[in-house]
Write a new protein. Structure first.
Length: 117
């Protein structure tokens, strides 16, 4: 039998407390419009290139937040990205490491990463 499972990631689900606030925050840091439809009252799919990021308030609880980054956002300039996030007063959890990446938290406590591509 041929394997029916593709070696692709379609979407990453991020647990968020308040879907409207999360849509606004993620859209702001990614430079995206925050006017997309919230589906089923608890899901917002960020309009990303490549793998989708799905904000989901139905799966949220403090113990389900990411304690370590499970994915990273790309940047071509790690120093500019770091300065940008600091200027946005994002909760930074590391400095730039190995001139390649840094970590931060979203307002719900999910640990995330930005990495130089």
């Amino acid at each position: 039998m041929k394997n029916p499972i593709l070696n692709e990631i379609g979407a990453i689900f991020v647990p968020v407390r308040n879907i409207e606030e999360a849509r606004e925050w993620y859209s702001q840091i990614l430079g995206l419009p925050a006017d997309g439809e919230i589906q089923f009252g608890h899901i917002y799919v960020l309009p990303m290139k490549g793998t989708q990021v799905v904000l989901d308030s139905k799966i949220y609880s403090p113990e389900k937040t990411f304690k370590a980054p499970t994915f990273h956002f790309n940047t071509e300039n790690i120093e500019e990205a770091y300065t940008y996030m600091k200027n946005k007063e994002v909760d930074m959890t590391s400095n730039i490491e190995h001139n390649h990446y840094f970590t931060f938290k979203d307002p719900d406590g999910n640990h995330l990463m930005i990495c130089k591509c």
